[in-house]
Design a protein around this ligand. Structure first.
Ligand code: COA
Length: 289
């Protein structure tokens, strides 16, 4: 039986680590937080909506027996980030890792977006990630303490993609941030890595980004060579590894986890999968000897 929906790491892999997960109240952020808790971490979850966070915190604590601190924070506001850092240190004494997961995205022809809409996505994804990384990096350097940063990007961070242009610009920036800080801050024992996930269904993002019939028409599973979308636990396993000391020598890396989706789009002849075996038979006969 396939083990891909099971936790992968030993149960003390993140023992006593204090981790901050932005956008940790819902979706993939919640799933990764849950697994971090199962591996012994204490987790701060942040987002704009405190009621959502408090509800998630209660659920995660009862599901895992771990400790969760819900803190309201709009990653666009630097002072709110500084407050999260000081409250976390006040509560648990230290911070060991940051998962920059909070994001926003509008699927739309670019010319239909207002400049405010464009800036909203840039502000959440690029500015939010750079601000949290800067604030926490300064804190770690001040404290002479190392730490681990993990950024969620996407495969179109390097290919670009129409119809999600603000997100593509922002994620490309986050990828540059990841690789730049990985080198510059290695001397402070700060590691920086990224994950580029393919399609992992979540209630929030999918119903918002692909409403109604769009979801069936553009079923993301059909684009994936492995023929399926990702399981949250698969992403959580990778995130937990990259957050843990088991990956201590991995730095400046971006790991794609997408079932082969992006590379399929890149290969010139990959759409020949639509040729049926009967058609291949005919081509072979036409070729002769
Ligand atoms: N498509 C195009 N433009 C949109 C939009 C959409 N779906 N939703 C909002 N906008 C525009 C608004 O019209 C506004 O522009 P305007 O002032 O020119 O009219 C601008 O974007 C800001 O909108 P606003 O609602 O004030 O933004 P916000 O800061 O309150 O919330 C998000 C924006 C992204 C935080 C919110 O939509 C959200 O919570 N999204 C869920 C997170 C998400 O997208 N997750 C997916 C991750 S991949």
């Amino acid at each position: 039986m396939s083990k891909h929906t099971e936790g992968m790491l030993r149960t003390d892999a993140l023992q006593d680590k204090v981790l901050i997960v932005t956008g940790g109240g819902t979706g993939l952020g919640r799933s990764m937080s849950k697994y971090f808790l199962e591996l012994g971490a204490k987790v701060v979850i942040t987002s704009r909506k405190l009621e959502v966070l408090e509800q998630t915190a209660r659920e995660l604590e009862s599901e895992t027996g771990g400790k969760v601190l819900p803190l309201a924070c709009d990653v666009r506001e630097y002072e709110q980030i500084e407050e999260v850092i000081s409250k976390t240190v006040g509560e648990w004494g230290r911070i060991d890792g940051l998962l920059n997961n909070a994001a926003g995205n509008f699927i739309s022809p670019t010319e239909r977006l207002s400049h405010r809409a464009f800036n909203t996505v840039l502000d959440i994804v690029l500015k939010g990630t750079t601000q949290f990384s800067l604030a926490l990096g300064k804190h770690w350097i001040d404290q002479k303490q190392g730490g681990t940063m993990l950024n969620i990007v996407t495969t179109y961070a390097w290919t670009g993609s129409g119809y999600v242009v603000p997100s593509a610009c922002a994620k490309a920036g986050v990828l540059a941030l990841t690789r730049s800080l990985a080198v510059e801050w290695a001397k402070y024992k700060i590691r920086c890595n990224a994950i580029a996930p393919g399609p992992f269904p979540t209630e929030g993002a999918w119903s918002r980004l692909l409403p109604g019939e769009l979801k069936d028409k553009f079923d993301p599973a059909r684009r994936v060579p492995l023929g399926r979308v990702g399981e949250h636990q698969e992403l959580a396993n990778l995130a937990a590894y990259l957050m843990s000391d088991f990956s201590a020598y991995v730095n400046g890396e971006v790991v794609t986890i997408d079932g082969g989706e992006w590379i399929k789009g890149a290969g010139e002849f990959n759409n020949l999968e639509r040729v049926t075996p009967q058609m291949w038979d005919i081509f072979e006969q036409m070729r002769g000897k």
